[in-house]
Structure formats: C-alpha cells, structure tokens
Design a protein around this ligand. Sequence first.
Ligand code: SER
Length: 624
Amino acid sequence: MKWMTSAEAREAFLDFFEEMGHRRVPSSSLVPGNDPTLLFTNAGMVQFKDVFLGLDKRDYPRATTSQKCMRVSGKHNDLENVGPSPRHHTFFEMLGNFSFGDYFKRDAIRYAYELLTKVYGLPENRLAFTVYENDDEAYNVWINDIGVDPKRVARMGSKTNFWQMADTGPCGPTSEIHWDKTPEAGVETIIPLMQAEDDRFLELWNLVFMQYNRTQPDPAHTGQFDEQLPAPGVDTGMGLERVVSVIQGVKANYETDLFMPIIEATQRLTGHTDAERDANIVPYRVIADHIRAAVFLIADGVLPGPKGRNSVCRLVIRRAARFGAKLGFNEPFLATVADTVIDVMGGHYAELVERADAIKRAITKEEIYFRRTLDRGLAELNEMLDDLQSRGETQLVGDRAFYLKATLGLPLEVIQDVAEERGATVDLDGFRRAEEQHALDSGGGKAMGKLEAVDLYNAVLSQLKDEGKLGESGVVYDPYGDTTMDDRVLALIVDGQRVERAMTGDRVEVVLGYTPFYVEAGGQVSDTGRIIGDSWELAVEDVRRPVGGLVVHLGEVVAGTPREGDDARAEVDAERRAAITRNHTGTHLLHAALRHRLGNHVQQRGSLVAPDRLRFDFTHDARV
Ligand code: SER
C-alpha cells in the first residue's frame, strides 16, 4: 500500500480517470441548481441528473469529479451519527466517475479495481464485493473478468444494493467495494457476514449502474414506477475521507490529514494534552465536522439564518459552539478553527480562499448571537430549576420550557441537557401544546389580515400618522450624520401583518421614527447593521422605502422579543458603510478619469456602489 496525503489521493483519482478518457469537471455548488427534490447536493451525480435522464447533453460522454456533498436531511441524513461515529459526516467529498450512455458494468468494475489495487496499491486480499441479488452480469464481471474469488462476492438485496438519489429520479442496481478490516477472520465468513452487514467491512466505493428513472415514490421497491433510461450509464461514488483513512492506515476518518489539523487547531486553543483531547474526542470531532460544513456552506452562499438551507448552516455553527462550550470555550473560537479548514482545503477549493474573510465574519457573528441567546436563556432556566428544586419537584412544565425557546431562543435540546444535568426533566407534551397554542395566537395583536404589500405599507403609514407617532413627512431619514441613533419601535411587521411583538428567529420589518440607515438609491446599496433594544437584537440585512415616507428595516430577530413601543438603538455597520463610501468616491474618480482620457462626452449611464466593488456604466462611441 502506498501512503499518500489526502490531496495526493484526490489528485490520483482524478488523474487516473482523466487518463481513461474522462473529462475532469469541477465540483458543483452545495446548493443544487434548480432541483426542488433536494436541499443540498448529496452525491456526485446530482450535477449530472438531467444528463442521465436524457434531458441535457454534454460534449463529453465520461466525467470525473471530486464533489462537495452534504447529508443532513431527507433520504441521506447523517447528522445524528456525527461525533460518536468515526465515519459519518455532514459535509464530505465524494470522488466519482461517470458514464453517460458510454461504458457500463464491465468497465466500471475494471476501472475501480485497477485504481484501488494499482494506483492506491490496496492489497487484493483486503477487498470484498457486493452485487444486487439477481445481477448476474456484474457478478460474472467480478468472477470471470477480474478473477476474484467467488467467496468474496456477496449478493445483496435492494436495501444496500439499489441506489436512488431521492424518492424519484435516476436509480439502478449497484456493486460495492468494501475494505476487510479483519482478513484473519478468513474468506469462508465473508459472504454471510457481509449479508449480515457486519462491522468487519468498511464500504469504500459504490458503483451505481444507472438504468431507470423512478417516476413516483416506491417505498416497497416494487419497481413498478421505474422507467428505462434512454441510455444506461454509470455513477460511482467513493468517500474521500474513508479511502484516505485506509490509505493512511488509521481507524477513524478523523485521524486522517483531512481532520487532524482541524482537531489540533482546536486543541491549541483548549490547551489540552493529547490524552485530555482523546478523553473528550466527541466534541472535537463534532467541531471539526461542523466547521468544515459551515465553511463550505457559507462559501457557496448559504449564510446562517432561520429557514431552509440557512437553518442548516445555523444548526452546524450552533452545534459546534455548543460542543465548544463542553470543551470550556466561552468566547467565539470557530473562526480560528475555520482558518485551518481553509488552509487544508483551499488548495483544491479556491472559493474558500477567495471568500475567507466573509466566511469567518459570518461564523463569528452567528457564534456571538448564539452566545447571547444562551447566556440570557441559561440564566432564566437556572432560576426556574432552582425554584423547582426548592419545591422538591423534578419536572419543568411545558409552557415554561416553551417560553425559554420562543422568547429567549434557547434550543429545546439545550434545555433538556441542562435540566438533565440538574436531575430534572422537561414536560414535552406540555411543550408541544404550548407550541401549538402559540401558532394559533400569533397573527393576533394589531393584525390587519393579509393585505397586498403596498396596501399594507400604506395602511401602516397612515395608522402611525393617525396615532400621532409620525409627522406628515413620515419617517425622518438621515443617513448622512451619525451612524447610531436612539429611538423607539413604532411598528413591527411579520409575514405581511402588523404585530405587537416578534419572537427570536422571526424575519421582521421594523419601523422607527428616525433612521440613520441609507436606503438603496442611485446604484448605492442599502446599509446593514443592527437595531438593539433592552434585551433583544435585530440583525438588519436590508432597508427599504416601500412607499414614500415609510422606511422599513428588514432582518432577523437574533435574540429576545422586540415589542412595539420599546426603546431601540439603530446602529449602521460603520465599517461596511465606510467601504461603500470609498467605492462611491471611486465612481467619481473613475468618471473624471474617463472624461480626462476619452473626452468630455463620457456620460454616466448607471452604476453599482457596494462595499466590495463598484461598477460604472458610461457612454462612449468606440472601444476603450
Ligand atoms: N450516487 C451514488 C452514491 O451516492 C454513487 O455515487 O453512493
């Protein structure tokens, strides 16, 4: 066996298939383009789904990739296994080779065997194989073409050896290649143990023979909704982390050079000895796994947030922070660990290096929000538990727990953990009842029913004027003076309705009497920043003027419960504003320079002024 670094193993795979006539295609984004059946890219074939279905054509019939994947939801979900399991990850890289109506089972098996035994030099007597129960063709390739011992080839059912990307879509029988961890147990037991899915084998590589399009979900696997694909193809996937663990001769993926530098970066911050680290290995692994996921998600534009994909990014950062707390971190630390991820992976994924600053900023911001939420929530929870103890009780009633979650944003799992540490439990039925009641109640307050957007804003504006909270000219707009201003919450809008209060995690629009935030105009983007109250905070992501006289600040409540009438301080992100100002000056300089070089006829036609760039459109009658 040849020892290789993970970078060498990845490169050797792609090189090998390039030599075998495959086009080396870059990994696609973690966010699948245009595929509503999937939250995240979960396999290498996702970017080729339409090619398999015959709906899209490429100018190459064979491809090879190292694909960024996430498995945190839906059909392929590994989140709960991360940490305790040495092999499971949320984010991982899948090495693959693909044939679009070109070669099929024979060559797919031949290539895989040659790569593993010749390029990676894995000993033949450490490999075992599976095929789909009635797939004689694949079985015969293993026995007759490759010449492996029939005692090493197990026939398996659809649970393990029929692959489908989601409930519908391309699918087909598979053949898997496994690493035998204990060859000394003998060849006689290979087939029965494989069929019993014994831990003796580590699945390395899945070769899928894409043959059908499943047109409707088919949980009983009757095959009745499987239509033949226009041309059968091949889709293979091998987890880079696993094969590297074999090549590097270590017991867990976390011990490879993909993870060790990340774990060591965390260890440098804790100051643990190796023995202390190993005694706490679960938090170290969870942090290493989740920080990789967060870095790659943010690089692909998925920022932490309350819903959908964004909520997954939030979940992995908060989970990593929570496991960090178990190691004693009480300040943001994940951005430092993220630096190491960018170092380890940036050589192959340039987007990490390009977006390093933005990635680290987003991670730290989320950690800070989470910490504030935790501090406030834990203080109240501990008071509740003290109270409970003094009364000799052990169960926290559901609506108290729900209050901690809805009002203070404390995750239920944290409430349960802390209660358990103090010998108490949480009344989950009561919690669910409170949650349902809340869903019924919200929409109360000053709800005006759902209105068309413009009508809603006009109604809010005239209500505020009638109530004497706004003068005739509406919100006082002053983005040219101080970047901080103290005022009051005049109105809150959630989901198209005016409400009296908003909860942690809500997306809300806030109206103040005065605003220092610039509203996008003339190509210059809006300011961002925050609005803070006594015990709450809103992250302002955008500012709009939906109707003349009304300015709304849009964003997410990251802590606490803002209410109408609360005192509030508006703070523009001054650093970002300064960057925008510099680019604004840049457009004037560029305009002057163009007139100087090209002539006074040069006219500005449009522009974009953002913190990180500017664009200047102008008229000129020739090429510059
Ligand atoms: N699509 C298959 C898998 O994910 C092979 O790439 O296992």
